[in-house]
Design a protein around this ligand. Structure first.
Ligand code: PLP
Length: 432
């Protein structure tokens, strides 16, 4: 396919690069209806006495080769369950990424634990193991590794740090279904790993989550933590620790079960779209893609690329604005609201609970933790440089190529305007 990247930009009145409509997204259908109807007909919507949640747990565990899966109400709940299952005393520190969803942090805080933010690698936006090492203190009790955007974090290095220091590593795989590290699915190695079924994820039940573990004790504590610490398996009701109600309903289970049937196809389609766009963009000067380690497989929850700001003479938001005019659903990297999570008011004002600075400041635990600007410079700088694109399973090759064309076109014009010397060249693209 030939594209002329010298064509006038849409922001200057030219025709948008994207001309072909994206086929309607159709994620839910007959399988969902069938499973849901079975739930309704059964008159049993409660997971403990129903069949759908149990079946989902069995199938998801089998898919990942893990002994146990605990289904729950959200990805936030899943991380909370995984962290709480470690039974750490308040005041312990948990190192995690400075670029992630609030759902990674909520459960840490509710357990009275202290999130400690490590910086990200400039070429992947995943946890930088050196920064994790530098963040270790005698209070460090766990690491939560996030596989950002569907790209695996450096698991060898992170598990090595965990081993050396006797600290468990939890994998937050909310964005990373089907993502691989060294040929192994992320979520398989950790003592517990967590997944989300929210609307935006590869598969969805509206909301929902899952925890995988191979450990019988973690499974037991996790199953109590989902359920107010009611010991249903033993027929006892005598809670011995504080636990929320994070149950998944049978309706969620029914939809998630049907979604699981499509997961492999969704991952494959996204991988093919992401790989195709990556090949297209590899030859566009001034644009750098996330670095994918040898043996890793990106599952493209989002498609990210970094701008050479000097070449384009503009911040990411302006470049993204030009792309939107070309018909591309692009944003400057805003998944965390345009800043590392520790710059949220919650951390800046140290106000997790009304009228208290707990757990950030506590006489009981001796903690006094703050989160100054400049804490994670790579993460702080990322937001002016990285663009995120929506690239979903319903995008055709033609849709993907037009997105690539739009990016190449905007890159060409912005670098020309900025007086950058070399002109970008793209495979399959012509300059006149
Ligand atoms: C990395 C990560 N962890 C946790 C969550 C929380 O998941 P949920 O929205 O299902 O609570 C999300 C959701 O966006 C996420 O991206």
């Amino acid at each position: 396919m030939k594209f002329d990247i010298t064509q006038r930009l849409a922001i200057d009145g030219g025709a948008p690069a994207v001309q072909t409509p994206i086929p309607a997204r159709k994620r839910h259908g007959e399988a969902e209806k069938r499973h849901l109807a079975e739930v309704i007909d059964s008159e049993m919507l409660f997971f403990y006495l129903g069949t759908k949640v149990r079946e989902l747990e069995r199938r998801f565990a089998a898919l990942y080769g893990k002994k146990h899966c605990i289904a729950c109400s959200s990805g936030t709940a899943a991380v909370h369950i995984a962290v709480a299952s470690l039974q750490l005393p308040p005041g312990c520190e948990v190192i995690t990424s400075s670029i992630t969803d609030m759902g990674t942090l909520t459960g840490i805080l509710y357990q009275g634990l202290i999130p400690v933010f490590a910086d990200v690698e400039p070429d992947t936006l995943n946890l930088d193991p050196e920064s994790v090492r530098a963040a270790l203190t005698p209070r460090t009790a766990a690491i939560v590794a996030v596989h950002h955007a569907g790209l695996a974090a450096d698991l060898d290095a992170l598990f090595e740090i965990g081993r050396e220091n006797g600290i468990p590593v939890i994998e937050d795989c909310a964005q990373a279904y089907g993502c691989e590290y060294a040929g192994v699915l992320v979520g398989q190695r950790a003592p517990s790993s967590t997944f989300s079924l929210n609307h935006f994820k590869h598969i969805t039940a509206g909301s929902g989550g899952m925890v995988l573990t191979g450990d019988d004790r973690l499974r037991y504590i996790a199953s109590l933590f989902v359920d107010k610490c009611y010991q249903r398996e033993e027929g006892i009701r005598n809670p011995f620790f504080l636990a929320p109600n994070y149950q998944m309903t049978e309706m969620q289970g029914a939809v998630a079960l049907a979604q699981l049937e499509q997961l492999a196809e969704f991952i494959d389609r996204r991988w093919r779209a992401g790989t195709r766009l990556s090949a297209f963009l590899a030859e566009v000067d001034g644009i750098t893609l996330q670095r994918i380690r040898t043996g890793s497989k990106h599952s493209y929850f989002m498609f990210l690329f970094k701008l050479n700001l000097e070449r384009f003479g503009c911040p990411a938001e302006e470049f993204a604005g030009a792309l939107r005019s070309e018909g591309v659903n692009a944003k400057a990297h805003l998944i965390t609201g345009g800043r590392p999570v520790y710059l949220y008011d919650l951390f800046q004002k140290r106000l997790a609970f009304p009228g208290s600075n707990y757990p950030f400041v506590s006489r009981d635990t001796g903690v006094d933790r703050d989160y100054p600007r400049g804490l994670c410079p790579v993460a702080e700088n990322a937001f002016s440089r990285w663009i995120t694109l929506e690239l979903l399973e319903n995008y055709t090759d033609q849709n993907v190529d037009e997105i690539g064309f739009a990016i190449a076109k905007v890159a060409y014009h912005f670098s020309s305007r900025a007086g950058s010397i070399r002109q970008p060249v793209t495979r399959g693209a012509t300059k006149s």
